[in-house]
Design a protein around this ligand. Structure first.
Ligand code: CA
Ligand code: CA
Ligand code: CA
Length: 108
């Protein structure tokens, strides 16, 4: 049965290995460059499309290389394209199912 000193040494060794693995993993993530264009993922405006010049013509933070609408400002969640406004619902004053614009008697 191991004595207390050898258990302590074993635990310190395991802790040192865990800290080393954690630090190298964090360091590797920081330096990751998935598209290998020389721009680290954390700074790359297209981390999955090589674009070393980082051109972003519409300044929406999505590089032209991965922006579906490179000249129209739009959020990354919509692939860099503007989100379309929903059309206003048509008014049906008499609630007969025909919008006022198509109803000959919109109030009856
Ligand atoms: Ca990159
Ligand atoms: Ca863009
Ligand atoms: Ca865009």
């Amino acid at each position: 049965m191991p004595n207390t000193a050898s258990r302590l040494i074993w635990c310190v060794g395991i802790a040192a290995i865990m800290i080393f693995l954690l630090c190298t993993h964090v360091h590797a993530q920081k330096d990751a460059d998935k598209d290998e264009d020389g721009i680290p993922d954390v700074q790359d405006n297209c981390p999955y499309s090589a674009n070393p010049d980082q051109t972003d013509s519409d300044k929406d933070s999505s590089g032209d290389a991965c922006d579906s609408c490179p000249y129209d400002f739009g959020p990354a969640s919509n692939y860099g394209c503007p989100e379309k406004a929903q059309p206003a619902p048509e008014i049906d004053s008499d609630k007969d199912g025909l919008p006022d614009s198509q109803d000959n008697c919109p109030y009856d």
